[in-house]
Design a protein around this ligand. Structure first.
Ligand code: PAF
Length: 283
């Protein structure tokens, strides 16, 4: 595997390749990331991965400084997966000047859910992803469905800017007890790790209640959301949201849409101690 930090050197290496398959990451790779590398291999060649902890997508009180950086272990994993190039720019490589041009996603998608609780997050994500696309110029790029809203926003960005890249979604990989794999799981204490699968259980319970609602029209969607937030809070979580949304645009779902069989998704973010976890479940 070739490890490259310089944009020009990356372009030189990829010259003439028009089927590259790209997986952008912030490192601290786990089985979820590696499954994206395997998916990338099915959709193009060569596979290019990137590792870059992108300051622009972290808020002032977030974990940019403490975000786990495990470069050597990541390199070993990517080598085993047969990744052809690891693009690992420094901040100076990727942002040689302050990044003043930014990509601002539309409010109705970028300022809801994660965007409401992490202002500017998707602006930072879109800006770095557009820049990484410009460096790698891939034919396809793979993003995990664990970051459901991110995947949707990047898809829309690629569409609206007519970027010549297909966005491929990768399924969420879970531990045996149901916890979605995430680099931030490493922040959990032993007790918190034992409690963490309750987030997925809460999503499954919401899904059951939504399905019952479809059959019996018993509760309203917002009652189900509120009850789920309350029961997580009772267990000691600090939930930011549990939201039942339309899969197509993440707008709030109505009982009518549910009855009409509109595909829905339940999204959640909640803090356990100091660790903020996100997850989702499609209905
Ligand atoms: O999902 C991530 O790891 C990041 O948001 C991404 C897409 C690599 C952009 O920094």
């Amino acid at each position: 595997m070739k490890i490259i930090s310089d944009i020009q050197e990356l372009r030189d290496h990829l010259r003439g390749q028009n089927r590259a398959s790209f997986v952008p990451t912030m490192g601290n790779l786990h089985e979820g990331h590696l499954s994206l590398m395997r998916l990338a291999r099915q959709h193009g060649d060569p596979v290019v991965a990137s590792i870059f902890v992108n300051r622009l997508q972290f808020g002032p009180n977030e974990d940019f400084d403490s975000y786990p950086r495990t470069m050597q272990a990541d390199i070993d994993k990517l080598e085993k997966e047969g990744v052809y190039i690891l693009f690992a720019p420094t901040e100076r490589d990727l942002y040689p000047q302050p990044q003043e041009y930014r990509v601002d996603p539309p409010q109705q998608l970028g300022d809801i859910l994660e965007g409401e609780f992490r202002p500017g997050f998707f602006k930072g994500v879109c800006t770095v992803v557009l820049k990484l696309f410009s460096c790698v110029q891939p034919k396809v790029a793979v993003f995990g469905k664990k970051d459901y809203q991110q995947l949707m926003i990047i898809r829309q960005m690629a569409k609206q800017f007519a970027l010549p890249v297909d966005i491929i979604p990768g399924e969420t990989i879970r531990a045996e007890d149901g916890l979605a794999l995430s680099s931030r799981n490493g922040y959990l204490s032993i007790e918190e790790r034992a409690e963490a699968p309750e987030l997925m259980k809460a999503l499954k319970e919401v899904r059951e209640r939504v399905i019952q609602l479809k059959d019996r029209n018993s509760h309203s969607i917002s009652e189900i959301e509120k009850a789920a937030v309350a029961s997580l809070a009772k267990r000691g979580w600090q939930p930011d949201y549990i939201a039942i949304r339309q899969q197509s645009d993440l707008a709030p779902a109505s009982n009518e849409q549910l009855q009409a069989g509109e595909p829905l998704v339940i999204l959640t973010a909640a803090k356990l101690g100091k660790t903020r976890l996100i997850d989702n479940l499609e209905i």
